[in-house]
Design a binder for this molecule. Structure first.
Ligand code: DX5
Ligand code: ZN
Length: 236
């Protein structure tokens, strides 16, 4: 097992009627983070869960809760999620009028902070805030739904961000995780790791894992095995 790689099951594909059980089960299966997708029906065409649900699942797990905000505006909800027990909070830069302020607000609330890039969102949002980031999340699908196909162009974008992170760390900057979200499966996770990702969101792959193949424990083992063949990127 290579702990430099992190796997973050996305609750979007969990059974919402049994969320407490579901988060306990994926932690027991070896999840490193709980990925918590927040959609507002404005920024993305879907509506999911808010701070009250985060607060409700918090006592059920000891691993960090990784809140992915697909909402506009961002600041109020970011603060609410920090109070509700979130550990990492990421948001889409084009959804905030004041990206630098939002990043500061998240860190000041005691959480790690990050930016999320849609498949067509340019990386220039990174230019002046690298020092304020703990994590960069690249979407490998268009946000809004689980179970979509991985967009191959993400691999080149991952390489570009990996190079930026490595240069930042080499110049004395803090470490920054590189997370990828959408269409991650046992079949492609090694290739995605080779492109530079160190943190992998997997929704339908984990929560849709068939029982005969070992359920959550089985698929987490397969994802780890696929990653084990890879050396973790230096900045991980
Ligand atoms: C999509 C969400 C993802 C989603 C991934 O907007 O941000 O976290 O749950 O689901 P899969 O792994 O099924 O593509
Ligand atoms: Zn997500």
């Amino acid at each position: 097992m290579n702990r430099s790689f992190r796997i973050a099951p996305s609750l979007l594909s969990a059974d919402f009627a049994r969320l407490g059980e579901e988060v306990r089960a994926v932690e027991a299966a070896g999840a490193d983070l709980i990925h918590f997708d927040v959609m507002d029906n404005h920024y993305v065409p879907n509506l999911t869960i808010g701070p009250m649900v985060c607060q409700a699942i918090r006592p059920h797990v000891s691993i960090p809760i990784d809140v992915h905000l697909m909402v506009r505006p961002v600041d109020r909800l970011a603060a609410d999620f920090a109070k509700a027990g979130a550990n990492l909070i990421t948001f889409h830069p084009e959804a905030s009028d004041h990206v630098d302020r939002t990043l500061q607000l998240i860190r000041d609330s005691g959480c790690r902070a990050g930016l999320v890039f849609n498949p067509a969102t340019p990386l220039h949002y990174l230019d002046h805030v690298m020092h304020r980031l703990d994590i960069i999340l690249l979407m490998s699908v268009n946000p809004g739904f689980g179970g979509q196909r991985f967009i191959d162009a993400t691999l080149e974008k991952l390489k570009a961000v990996r190079a930026r992170i490595d240069a930042h760390v080499a110049a004395g900057g803090q470490p920054i995780w590189l997370e990828v979200d959408g269409g991650i499966k046992v079949e492609n996770i090694a290739q995605v790791a080779a492109a530079g990702a160190d943190t992998f969101v997997a929704g339908s792959a984990v929560f849709g894992a068939p029982d005969p193949a070992g359920g959550y424990v089985g698929v987490m083992g397969q994802l780890r095995a696929a990653l084990a063949a890879r050396q973790a990127p230096p900045a991980a």
